[in-house]
Design a protein around this ligand. Structure first.
Ligand code: ADP
Ligand code: ZN
Length: 437
């Protein structure tokens, strides 16, 4: 394979040099952060009064973790480290788990973000000859504009399509000969069904690749999208606290997401003890941004669960790789005392060929007990009026789930294409249990 590098001297930098660069940038971030009211207090309390207090990368551990709540408490300007006149834009998180948090960018910050994003895009094999249809939400959400700028930086022709209206999306793909898509994995799955419905021939489209992110999805879901749409799908990870997309991305090997370590310091800790896990073990990802002056953030608790790869990547990049994010630590459902992650359920369902592209996990109270209901769409070739195969499929789903999560759920089968599809991040779990239990 002919690997592509946007900035080879940085992407293949020897680790020792990369760590020296991280330390240099970390010190700059400390001096910047001391101008923000929140960190002035937080860092001083930790005995850090200037960048001189940081002598090695290990000294990062002197800085306490920053949480989403800290960001909320610092609202609106507690984290701002530059005069307001230097800010050219703000973004806010989508607020999946509460009040959104706000991040400010200077002109230089926007440039930096576009640069890291461009590295991700170029690393998948895209070039300026590509036509990029960005089917993700624009606005306060970082996915739209973030990926857009990166596409322009690579020199692709970017179509700021936004999500929804599949008929119009297909029209644009045909008119402009789109080669690259960006969407949530759930929207990409939905697109394929709509394509069939609209009678659009895959051959009439020029699609080659898609970037899929913003929500967790399994390797089976990736394979499903690749097979259905006949494209290469690359996993894209980011969060608004760390700019947005452009933090970690898969290269042409499609085996783990390289995290740009000259822009971010990544740690993985046990979410209960907050001690570092052993290399290769799963834990909570902690991120420090090195490439943003207006809103520095240290040791941010992402709540996202992942592990580092221990082997270097075949592409030659020295920046470490993360495993596919399996979910957030606060996504975990406790069902009659058993811990279950929605990603475990997805893995089982999406590996079954008879199942369609959409599902919903519902938890209810049934007397004193919890009841887990999995609503699953059947595949397009399965008819809802023939009960024998349907019952057999239901049993098979129950059994496969029991093996994986140790719970035998209730399973409801739904007609292909009948479960609701959201435009932004998919809502996969409805926990209807009273909040105080
Ligand atoms: P919010 O935290 O309100 O959802 P963001 O838009 O900042 O707002 O979303 C970032 C979060 O989305 C990440 O912390 C992670 O949980 C999830 N996410 C983003 N990309 C991926 C991905 N490729 N795989 C799994 N989860 C992802
Ligand atoms: Zn690689």
């Amino acid at each position: 394979m002919n690997f592509q590098y946007f900035v080879p001297n940085i992407e293949k930098m020897p680790r020792r040099k990369l760590e020296a660069l991280q330390l240099k940038k970390l010190k700059i971030q400390i001096d910047r952060a001391l101008r923000a009211s929140f960190y002035k207090e937080r860092l001083s309390k930790a005995g850090i009064t200037s960048s001189n207090s940081i002598k090695s990368l290990d000294d990062l551990k002197k800085i306490p973790f920053t949480t989403k709540n800290d960001l909320r408490n610092g609202f609106p300007f507690g984290f701002l480290a530059v005069p307001k006149e230097k800010i050219v834009r703000l973004h806010a998180s989508s607020g999946t788990t509460g009040i959104p948090t706000t991040i400010y960018f200077s002109r230089e910050d926007i440039k930096q973000w576009a640069h890291y994003m461009a590295r991700c895009i170029y690393g998948t094999g895209c070039t300026k000859s590509d036509v990029f249809q960005n089917m993700i939400t624009y606005g306060l959400f970082t996915g739209g504009l973030g990926m857009h700028q990166g596409g322009e930086e690579v020199g692709m022709m970017v179509i700021p399509a936004g999500p929804g209206n599949t008929a119009r999306q297909f029209k644009m793909m045909q008119d402009y000969k789109t080669t690259v898509l960006h969407a949530t994995p759930s929207f990409l799955l939905h697109l394929e069904a709509k394509m069939k419905e609209a009678g659009i021939e895959r051959e009439s489209l020029s699609l080659k690749r898609a970037f899929a992110g913003a929500e967790p999805y399994s390797e089976d879901t990736r394979r499903r999208i690749e097979k259905l749409l006949k494209i290469d799908v690359f996993n894209s990870y980011g969060l608004s606290e760390m700019n947005g997309p452009g933090v970690a991305f898969e290269c042409q090997c499609k085996d783990g997401l390289h995290i740009w370590e000259d822009g971010f310091i990544a740690e993985i800790v046990n979410p209960d003890t907050l001690e570092p896990v052993k290399d290769g073990e799963i834990g909570e990802l902690i991120l420090t941004i090195l490439c943003r002056e207006a809103t520095p953030i240290f040791r941010y608790r992402t709540r996202d669960l992942t592990a580092f790869y221990t082997e270097p990547c075949k592409c030659g990049r020295t920046h470490r790789r993360l495993h596919r994010i399996t979910g957030r630590s606060d996504d975990m459902l406790i069902i009659n005392g058993v811990n279950v992650f929605p990603s475990q359920i997805e893995e089982v369902i999406m590996a079954m060929k008879e199942v369609g592209n959409n599902y919903l996990i519902v938890v209810e109270k049934d007397g004193a007990l919890d009841k887990l209901i999995i609503k699953v769409e059947v595949g397009p070739d399965i008819f809802m009026d023939d009960s024998r195969p349907l019952n057999a499929l239901k049993d098979k789903i129950k059994e496969n789930l029991q093996v994986s999560i140790s719970i035998r759920p209730h399973v409801e089968l739904h007609e292909n294409g009948s479960l609701p599809v959201t435009e932004g991040k998919a809502v996969r779990v409805k926990d209807n249990r009273p909040k105080d239990v």
